[in-house]
Design a protein around this ligand. Structure first.
Ligand code: ADP
Length: 673
């Protein structure tokens, strides 16, 4: 097969048109079914990687993390190599550090980044402290009581001193403090103190109340690493992975030895160097990690009321995200994998220690392998690349459609690129005044525009060499196995609902984005299907795909389109009458792989998260649910059933209860606790 780089006539309308006809009609297959076989597709041999039909391309910053590479290669993706690919010829860009502001502005519709802008508001220790303090002031310390009181020094020194003295004066056990540099991670620079004379620092630090009564297993301290995926901040859509890690200290907990980091810190980066790392440590065993499944089993054996614990952790995640969600710019093509570190005290109260921006994805032990590979794989499923490719595919068709409309009569002989440019120019002029960009980045130079064909060609399946006309690149639609009636419709009358594109290309990044220099908690070097196209759960089947809408309507639902393999009885939610059908259908699946949707969790929170996030309502709903769950767990069966009835009739909106093994539906929990 030849491509535009090997074939001089590639720029003619006829060749473009022939490619167009071979554009995968069911781009559904592109990401789901193509993966195992994508390598088998013939390539042109031009060496630019532009003809590798339907393959998805990932780009790793600084060549890592290795796990992401491994998972994506196994799924049939290809790694971006700038020597062989165009600048924008990738689908996913993964980096452990912050993206630059321009990375968000220059995103193409098919491209995804693994970070949302501005999440630094919770991933840097001092920002998290400040944001949670603000939320506590606004919504009450009863709700925001899950983070140990903290002070940012030197700024808060006077306030800290006052609190320190107050604690010193009050009767009871002595209070301990932990000092952490804000710009370091993996336990570096951390120390614990009781007496203020031991507090020494030479950079900005947070001094936080030390949770001195942690729950211990065989005398060892541990914390939980919870993996949270924020699929979207607007509308807020959150998933928590069922698997996670339990990270142990490697020496027994002793308050009398505050200087022993192997006893007080649970960071793997520290404990893997402990002399006791490989020693059998009671129930903990060797090493310093468990999977969350093992921890669940442990809790079960202890007859602990697990559900309340999971719900509290759930609440911590949601309440923390609420602190920044309204200020995160809308960026539908971004996803965020966060690592929440949770410490549980002897009273089974979970505490938030910090939120990690780039949770470590190194595989140090068996528990890592068991958890992280599945995690990344599920994350990729959650990103639902099928749809991104549809964007890309249709954007291409749409552009060609415009070109063909202008030159339909003479399409065989007219040079395609001229026409593309010309129609592009018209669109550009028309749109310039509206600050709305069409599907492709019209603001780019003409050279970029003329690059259109080669850039898109990678997504076109190869011409079957045994078909008549294949060699010339002109194959009759009727004779090709790639085409059907639907495809002809798509070519001649694109029905693309490229709603995401408009917003994507004009990101609302009005507020200041963090500079690259801003440090956030990433412990990355510590050591991160279904193919049924339009099921009932697939909102695309309910939307009106008209070209007019393409440019004007909102895309919120698009970023929510996910494979429906794990959807449990999802039905469109009955929302207020004035809302569009998109809105009604915008219920993200309850589960994708081991990612359980934790927000929105009922129709009220779904509604509250639309357009402008109603934080107050969300918090009220969260409190209501928590109260119901604890009520049910305390009272007899009859009362439980009464309460359960209250939980029913939520317009068919069902949510799974994150945490327990084989997560039950929340409504089921309320009935059968
Ligand atoms: P880092 O980003 O350096 O990992 P963390 O805030 O996660 O910093 O703290 C490192 C470790 O210190 C935690 O994993 C936990 O074991 C311990 N730790 C941190 N804060 C507290 C606290 N307030 N109370 C008890 N232990 C804490």
């Amino acid at each position: 097969m030849r491509c535009c780089h090997c074939e001089p006539s590639a720029g003619t309308v006829s060749s473009v048109y022939s490619r167009l006809r071979f554009t995968p009609i069911n781009s559904v297959d592109q990401t789901q079914e193509e993966q195992p076989g994508s390598k088998l597709l013939p390539q042109c041999g031009c060496g630019r990687g532009c003809c590798m039909a339907a393959s998805l391309v990932f780009r790793l910053h600084d060549r890592g993390p290795e796990l992401v590479r491994e998972v994506l290669l196994e799924r049939g993706w290809e790694e971006y190599d700038k020597r062989h690919r165009h600048d924008e010829d990738w689908n996913l860009y993964w980096r452990a550090s912050l993206f630059h502001k321009s990375d968000y502005y220059n995103l193409m519709p098919w491209q995804r980044l693994n970070h949302h802008p501005k999440t630094v508001g919770i991933t840097r220790k001092d920002y998290l402290t400040r944001n949670l303090r603000r939320m506590r002031t606004t919504f009450g310390s009863g709700v925001y009581d899950f983070s140990p009181v903290a002070f940012i020094l030197p700024n808060d020194y006077i306030r800290f001193l006052a609190e320190y003295n107050r604690q010193r004066m009050s009767p009871g056990l002595p209070v301990h403090w932990i000092c952490k540099p804000v710009d370091l991670s993996r336990g570096r620079g951390i120390f614990i103190f009781e007496d203020i004379k031991d507090l020494v620092y030479d950079s900005t630090v947070i001094v936080q109340r030390y949770i001195s009564n942690p729950l211990l297993i065989s005398g060892y301290k541990f914390d939980l690493r919870i993996y949270v995926c924020v699929k979207s901040f607007n509308p807020l859509t959150v998933y928590i992975h069922q698997e996670g890690l339990v990270r142990f200290a490697t020496e027994k907990y002793q308050l009398s030895h505050l200087g022993n980091l192997y006893s007080h810190l649970t960071n793997t980066s520290i404990n893997k160097f402990s002399p006791f790392y490989k020693t059998e440590k009671g129930k903990v065993g060797q090493g310093c990690k468990w999977t969350m499944s093992k921890f669940r089993h442990f809790l079960h054996c202890q007859e602990v009321n697990e559900l309340i614990l999971w719900q509290r952790i759930n609440n911590i995640v949601t309440l923390t995200l609420l602190a920044i969600a309204p200020s995160v710019p809308h960026c539908p093509n971004c996803v965020e994998l966060l690592g929440f570190d949770i410490l549980i005290d002897v009273k089974l109260k979970p505490w938030l220690l910090e939120v990690n921006y780039s949770p470590a994805l190194t595989l140090d032990c068996q528990a890592d392998i068991a958890v992280k590979k599945g995690l990344i794989s599920d994350l990729i499923d959650l990103m639902n690349y099928r749809w991104v490719d549809r964007f890309r595919d249709r954007a291409y068709k749409r552009k060609l459609h415009k070109c063909l409309k202008v030159n339909r009569s003479s399409y065989v002989s007219m040079p395609a690129l001229t026409n593309v440019k010309c129609s592009t120019q018209k669109v550009k002029e028309k749109k310039q005044s509206q600050v709305k960009l069409p599907f492709l980045k019209m603001a780019k130079s003409q050279q970029k525009t003329s690059d259109l064909v080669p850039r898109y060609q990678r997504h076109l399946p190869p011409v079957e060499m045994n078909k008549p006309g294949a060699e010339s690149g002109i194959v009759s639609t009727a004779k090709t196995t790639y085409t059907d009636n639907k495809s002809v419709d798509l070519i001649l009358e694109p029905r693309t609902k490229l709603t995401g594109t408009k917003r994507l290309l004009c990101p609302i990044i009005s507020t200041r984005l963090p500079d690259l220099s801003e440090v956030t908690n990433h412990d990355d070097d510590e050591t991160e299907t279904e193919a049924v196209p339009c099921g009932e759960t697939d909102v695309s089947s309910l939307t009106c795909d008209t070209p007019t809408q393409d440019l004007e309507s909102k895309p919120s639902a698009d970023s929510w389109k996910l494979p429906n393999i794990h959807s449990v009885g999802q039905r469109p939610v009955n929302t207020t009458s004035g809302q569009s059908r998109d809105r009604e259908a915008a219920v993200p699946p309850v589960r994708v792989g081991d990612f359980i949707r934790t927000f929105p969790f009922n129709s009220a929170t779904l509604k509250a998260s639309q357009d402008c996030l109603d934080v107050k309502t969300v918090i009220q709903e969260l409190l209501k649910l928590t109260a119901k769950l604890s009520y049910c767990s305390r009272h007899n069966r009859r009362q439980r059933l009464d309460s359960a009835r209250e939980g029913e009739g939520d317009g068919g909106f069902e949510s799974l209860f994150w945490g327990p093994k084989d997560p039950p539906l929340i409504s089921h929990c309320l009935k059968h606790l």
